[in-house]
Design a protein around this ligand. Structure first.
Ligand code: AMP
Ligand code: MG
Length: 477
């Protein structure tokens, strides 16, 4: 079977306790639902010689591409604050595909059967959540936000039992790697210093080669992971993305967004927004995401503590200093980001106040986060409640003496027109369940150029009805 997959399996060289070799469980009646041709091309893959049936066999794991050496990875994680031993309970990494320009990507199946880490789970995934991950991850990518990607979704012809009986499916996920904060926590729990060193070295070589020759790698590594996370969370806050389960096992060392379970995009601005049905206390609410990221990074610091300094007290000092710098670094990035959203190029003392005034006004009046910024760009139909702010903003904009074009182009790249609105996502999933893929494919296409206004796509710009505020998302596991 010709696919151009070029596997190299460097992860399998790590200590054996970090993984289990395991084959995907064969499925009954494979059927391809989505194939991401653009991504395949970017990865240098070629499926043109395969027919429908062969593609379906390939993307369910019924036939393995040459060179694959499947493993389930072991990891731990703080889930809603509590540490647990986890691991890929329903995922299998086929191997690392090396692209023609020598980039390395994990190719992973999600939903391909039980593994030694499945605990009570069935190792399977339902079609809805896998399509959801496909939609959101691709939307994130086109929003220019670091993310794992989705290469394909195929159904298995088998049922999975959740609250109801659902069609089983497998997602093929592509990631720079699947090394998580929780991977480090796992090795730390095992108290195996040699493996911890090896994992650090490996992660540095794979994701932060710029520090691979440093003597004291661990503190620099922590700082670099933190920087990527700050950039990532800033991007999430820019587009109103709520991850929903920011457990440490869902935070990647590479700085990509991962695991789009109960995530959703916020319509009406409110930092307390939570969609996830299991997040009863709002731990992962929109406005909490920066401080949770910091908390997760502190867990990474804990895990690599013996590598931060030989002396434990010094190690704690080093770790704390880095983790404490998060807040200031994040606030700078957040401020710069908000300035771009408002087209502010120069600096004024009152910018922080101005930005806060806008956020407060949006919150108080239930204004749509995405559309509010876009409306500013055109000065059109400014909501009555925003008039006062809008006047101030106009004065501030005029003061900086920059061309209209320059200001607009900055705002345009910071403010999406189209995000995957919850009601649109649900509508397309509902249709897909009935076997109709038209609205799913239309949505995926609409999300491909999210910063460009198109008159034929205005339907995708509408927030849900205000009565629809009780929208809930589920893990689907
Ligand atoms: P997630 O919520 O997808 O990040 O998963 C958290 C943990 O639960 C991971 O260790 C998963 O592998 C595991 N898990 C989720 N769903 C299943 C399932 N259906 N069967 C086995 N393990 C699962
Ligand atoms: Mg996960």
């Amino acid at each position: 079977m010709k696919t151009n997959f070029k596997f190299d399996n460097s992860y399998t060289q790590l200590t054996s306790m970090m993984m289990s070799k395991i084959m995907p469980v064969k499925v009954k009646l494979p059927k391809l639902v989505l194939l991401n041709h653009n991504l395949a091309k970017q990865l240098g893959l070629d499926f043109s010689s395969l027919d429908e049936k062969q593609l379906a066999e390939l993307f369910t794991g019924n036939t393995l591409p040459e060179g694959a050496n499947p493993i389930a990875q072991a990891y731990a994680g703080h889930q809603f604050g509590h540490l647990a031993i986890l691991g890929d309970g329903r995922a299998i990494v086929l191997g690392e595909h090396i692209t023609p320009n020598k980039q390395r990507y994990d190719i992973q199946f999600k939903g391909s059967g039980r593994t030694p880490y499945s605990r009570g789970g069935d190792g399977k995934a339902a079609l809805g959540p896998m399509l959801r991950e496909y939609i959101i991850s691709e939307a994130m990518h086109h929003l220019n936000i670091r993310t794992t990607r989705s290469l394909a979704v195929a159904t298995t012809g088998e049922n999975v039992m959740r609250e109801t009986v659902l069609p089983g499916a497998i997602l093929t996920r592509v990631a720079e790697s699947h090394i998580r904060v929780g991977t480090f926590e796992y090795v730390a729990i095992k108290r195996d210093l040699q493996t911890l060193k090896k994992l650090l070295q490996y992660s540095v070589e794979r994701h932060y080669p710029e520090i691979k020759d440093l003597d004291k790698q661990a503190p620099e590594f922590l700082k670099l992971v933190m920087e990527r996370q700050i950039d990532l969370i800033t991007d999430w806050m820019r587009v109103g993305f709520i991850h929903g389960v920011m457990n440490t096992d869902n935070m990647l060392i590479s700085g990509e967004s991962i695991d789009f379970g109960p995530c959703a995009f916020m319509d009406y601005y409110n930092p307390k927004t939570v969609f996830s049905s299991i997040d009863h206390h709002g731990r992962y609410a929109f406005g909490n995401q920066p401080s949770i990221a910091q908390w997760n990074l502190a867990r990474l610091a804990d895990a690599i503590l013996p590598l931060l300094h030989e002396d434990q007290n010094k190690a704690i000092e080093v770790g704390e200093e880095i983790i404490h710098s998060f807040k200031e670094k994040y606030e700078i990035k957040f401020h710069e980001m908000m300035k771009r959203k408002l087209g502010l190029i120069t600096d004024e003392n009152d910018d922080v106040i101005l930005i806060q005034e806008l956020l407060d006004t949006m919150e108080k009046n239930n204004l749509d986060y995405t559309n509010t910024f876009r409306d500013f760009m055109h000065g059109k139909s400014i909501n009555d409640n925003l008039k006062k702010f809008h006047d101030k903003w106009k004065i501030r904009i005029d003061k900086q003496n920059r061309s209209h074009e320059e200001i607009l182009s900055i705002m345009k790249n910071a403010n999406p027109v189209i995000i995957p609105r919850n009601h649109k996502v649900e509508e397309s999933l509902k249709e897909a369940h009935k076997g109709n893929l038209v609205s799913l494919n239309n949505l995926i296409n609409a999300l491909k150029e999210p910063y460009i206004e198109r008159s034929d796509l205005t339907l995708y710009q509408q927030p849900a009805h205000k009565t629809d505020k009780k929208y809930k998302t589920f893990c689907g596991t």
